[in-house]
Design a protein around this ligand. Structure first.
Ligand code: ATP
Ligand code: LTN
Length: 342
């Protein structure tokens, strides 16, 4: 990774919380996008452990989950020789800059965040950290002169807030921050729940039937596909409004098998009604094939995932922190200078 060399490549920064096992939505919306970006950009991928503790975590689970997120990055195809992987809490500049940005952010900025409204608002004991977490995310991004932030659709609003805070700081205290752009995939930016195609696939969903975990036993994942909610009719046609469940399954199928939606529609053109008649239920052929695609993907993913030792992963995190620390510290120094805190 040539972070310190002037190779003129734009910088990409993104992160995942070590708050549980990742699911297919995380992979298709975020990780798969990161893998594609590795050749063109200087990529920095963070394990955002301070974000995870905005919700109570068991200490033992958290330390395991930090290593497991790195294993998921590696199994997805992130190459530590090309991209930097590091742990947020290893670089103290993140929390320092977050405090400074807290003094730039307004309550009204944070009150607009829809994710907080969905996750926290109205609950009895919501931590201040959960409300404030987009500010820490802004600090993560702004420390590295980031050009692009590849995320799923649910994070777009947080990157917009990052842009607002960066511009406000630059205006009020002098130019320090680069203004980052958000990048979301055309397909896969919002994978929906298998049990409810109106809500995004989420590891915090009430039922495990909602998601396919990247560590689900492949046979169990196949069953989840078979049992996934479908729409009325039997046609395999992409229509996100009228047939949201089938559109979601088609998106998963298309991305995992590298087949276009059009090709899928053509492949299953005559199969729906025929299969329905054969009493295996509507969409039977399609779901069976999709289950096969998912099983193949998970088998491959899990072999890679299990091939990395904890020791190896810890070394990757240590090396990563050493590479990014000078960049973060230089930005923080500029920020403090402009504030008059030297
Ligand atoms: P969850 O709500 O599922 O617990 P999260 O959004 O808190 O998850 P993270 O692990 O922090 O999950 O998210 C990592 C990345 O995965 C982010 O870029 C996020 O936008 C993306 N992502 C999460 N869920 C989906 C989804 N259903 N479809 C596409 N991308 C997603
Ligand atoms: N908030 C994000 C995780 C996250 C992140 C970031 C993503 C924290 N810092 C910086 C991109 C860039 C989430 O919950 N998915």
């Amino acid at each position: 990774m040539e972070l310190n060399k002037n190779n003129n490549k734009p910088t990409v920064f993104s992160g995942v919380q070590p708050s549980g096992v990742l699911h297919l939505g995380n992979y298709l919306g975020a990780l798969a996008q990161w893998v594609e970006m590795q050749n063109q950009f200087n990529c920095i991928f963070c394990v955002v452990d301070y974000h995870a503790i905005t919700v109570k975590q068991e200490a033992k689970n958290l330390s395991e989950n930090i290593l497991n997120v790195v294993k998921a990055y590696l199994a997805s195809g992130i190459n530590p020789e090309r991209s930097v992987i590091f742990q947020q809490s290893d670089i103290t500049a993140h929390t320092e800059l977050a405090w400074i940005l807290n003094c730039v952010a307004r309550m009204s900025d944070l009150n607009k965040m829809t994710q907080f409204k969905e996750k926290g608002l109205g609950k009895e004991s919501v931590g201040v950290g959960l409300f404030d977490y987009p500010v820490l995310m802004a600090a993560d991004i702004l420390l590295y002169n980031t050009d692009a932030v590849p995320v799923g659709e649910d994070q777009v609003q947080h990157v917009e807030l990052t842009r607002t805070l960066a511009k406000r700081f630059n205006n009020e205290y002098g130019n320090v921050f680069k203004i980052p752009e958000v990048t979301v995939r055309k397909q896969g930016a919002r994978i929906m729940g298998l049990d409810d195609p109106t809500k995004k696939m989420s590891k915090s969903a009430a039922s495990a039937a909602n998601y396919i975990s990247l560590l689900d036993r492949p046979e169990a994942a196949a069953k989840k596909i078979t049992r996934a909610v479908t729409d009325s009719g039997s046609e395999i046609k992409y229509d996100a409004k009228k047939k949201p469940a089938i559109a979601n399954l088609m998106t998963i199928y298309s991305l995992l098998s590298n087949t276009s939606i059009k090709e899928l529609e053509a492949k299953y053109e005559d199969k729906g009604p025929a299969y329905a008649k054969a009493s295996a239920g509507k969409y039977g052929d399609f779901k069976k094939d999709l289950a096969g695609v998912v099983v193949e993907f998970l088998n491959e993913f899990q072999i890679k995932y299990n091939s990395f030792s904890d020791k190896e992963v810890k070394q990757i995190l240590k090396d990563g922190a050493e590479k990014v620390r000078p960049i973060a510290e230089a930005t923080l120094k500029n920020v403090k200078n402009n504030l008059g805190i030297n």
